[in-house]
Design a protein around this ligand. Structure first.
Ligand code: PGA
Ligand code: ZN
Length: 422
């Protein structure tokens, strides 16, 4: 990645880290980077619950007496000690150069030694510090890293959750809303708020439950089936006064790996095969205004994904999350096999900004759509909003419109929209 930044070099003065808590109350890493010219920045690292097998490894302490083994003190120490010692005093022209040194220092294929949480924290904090040094907003600096033309993404907003994000009452993990009728973030959020309130009323009437929310802030009533979840979403859209499909559409994150075993897919109290799963998803897309299916089949079934991609209607995005893990090798394979046509981009799945840029460029080169995604465990940090805008994501998926770790991202998008620079 060579570019003319007027000979700018960034000399690292110090790197440091603190263990903080994410939105599930679990430890994560906050990394800070100070440059020799005084520019400084921090960034925090998110964490998933329904992780893909091919993700970079998040280093956890494993001490069961502390946070059930989920502590991040070792990852934090790796930044404060080894990484700081190796990088302090060194000069970097580019993000790619910094990230390469981190990869070399770690020396494992999946960042298992230093931890993907430590490595990503440093990658992000350096990026922010360099943006500050250049006196650029983060989105603009990130756009240049990826040779992208910034633009605001369309939000894909969580309404209902099950699976690993809810109580597991339905197997499907997330149902989201997209608002094709809205031409701004501001309008999208207002419409989704109407639908969310209608859905909360409906589910309170029907299930007698007060508002219980899932990991990403969505509603998690005890739906008796996946069909009931879809039906209730359409009813909520109508009750709020909007036209399903035309004004407000649906997307699903099936997260099928989570309920797959050698016995098959356990959905709605029965076992499904690859074939009956594909039939079911095809029928859902025929009966409901669904425009995207994420992880409709388990992450190792490449042949099934090829079949699914052929069977779903053209309007439906075949979105790979656990299948792809933002991993360039897996994306290449999916492009060759025509097993997907959209990338769920999660930077912490791969572990550095530079590798995420490679994933982005591959997917874009194949004409895929990009959905920039948060994790179910998030913090109040808002860098993801700048990344989605800077990398020109078609969509951003950060969860519901409740809970500040989600709203931090929406609020940052609102600010970018108000600046009218994109
Ligand atoms: P995760 O969920 O962060 O728990 O992996 C998000 C998703 O599956 O898209
Ligand atoms: Zn997913």
């Amino acid at each position: 990645m060579k570019r003319d930044w007027g000979g700018l070099v960034s000399k690292i003065a110090s790197l440091s880290a603190v263990e903080i808590l994410d939105s599930r109350g679990r430890p994560t890493v906050l990394a800070s980077c100070r440059l020799a010219d005084g520019s400084a920045a921090s960034a925090s690292v998110p964490s998933g619950a329904s992780t893909g097998a091919a993700e970079a490894l998040e280093l956890r302490d494993g001490d069961k007496m502390r946070y059930g083994g989920l502590g991040c003190l070792q990852a934090v120490a790796n930044i404060n000690d080894e990484i700081n010692r190796a990088l302090a005093g060194r000069q970097f022209e580019t993000q790619a150069a910094l990230d390469q040194v981190l990869l070399d220092l770690d020396g494992t294929p999946n960042k298992a030694r230093l931890g993907a949480n430590a490595i990503l924290g440093v990658s992000l904090a350096f990026c922010r510090a360099q943006a500050a040094q250049r006196d650029l907003q983060l989105y603009a600096h990130l756009a240049q890293l990826a040779d992208a033309s910034p633009r605001l993404p369309r939000p894909m907003i969580n309404l209902f959750s099950g699976g690993a994000h809810g109580g597991g009452q339905v197997a499907i993990q997330d149902l989201q809303l997209v608002v094709p009728a809205a031409d701004s973030i501001r309008r999208t959020l207002a419409i989704v708020s109407d639908v969310f309130r209608a859905a909360a009323d409906l589910t309170a009437d029907r299930y007698g439950a007060r508002l219980l929310t899932a990991d990403e802030g969505g509603l998690a009533p005890p739906f008796e089936s996946s069909e009931a979840m879809l039906k209730t979403a359409v009813e909520a859209i109508e009750r709020a006064g909007y036209q399903p499909g035309k004004e407000v559409a649906l997307t699903l994150d099936v997260a099928a790996s989570q309920f797959y075993s050698s016995a098959g897919y356990r959905l709605d109290g029965a076992f499904f095969t690859r074939e009956t799963m594909i039939d079911t998803l095809e029928k859902c897309c025929a009966d409901y205004p669904i425009i995207s299916i994420e992880d409709g089949l388990q992450e190792a079934d490449w042949t099934g994904w090829q079949q699914l991609a052929q069977r779903l209607p053209g309007r439906v995005m075949i979105l790979g999350d656990d299948l792809l893990c933002t991993n360039p090798d897996r994306i290449k394979r999916a492009i060759d096999l025509k097993a997907a046509d959209s990338l769920l981009l999660k930077v912490n799945q791969v572990g550095t900004l530079t590798e995420a840029v490679a994933a982005l460029k591959l997917a874009r080169g194949a004409g895929w759509r990009i959905v920039v995604s948060a994790r179910s465990g998030e913090t109040e940090d808002d860098w993801l909003a700048d990344l989605a805008a800077g990398w020109a994501g078609d969509y951003i998926k950060v969860g519901s419109i409740t809970q500040s770790e989600r709203l931090a991202k929406y609020n940052r998008l609102l600010v970018l929209e108000a600046q009218d620079v994109l």
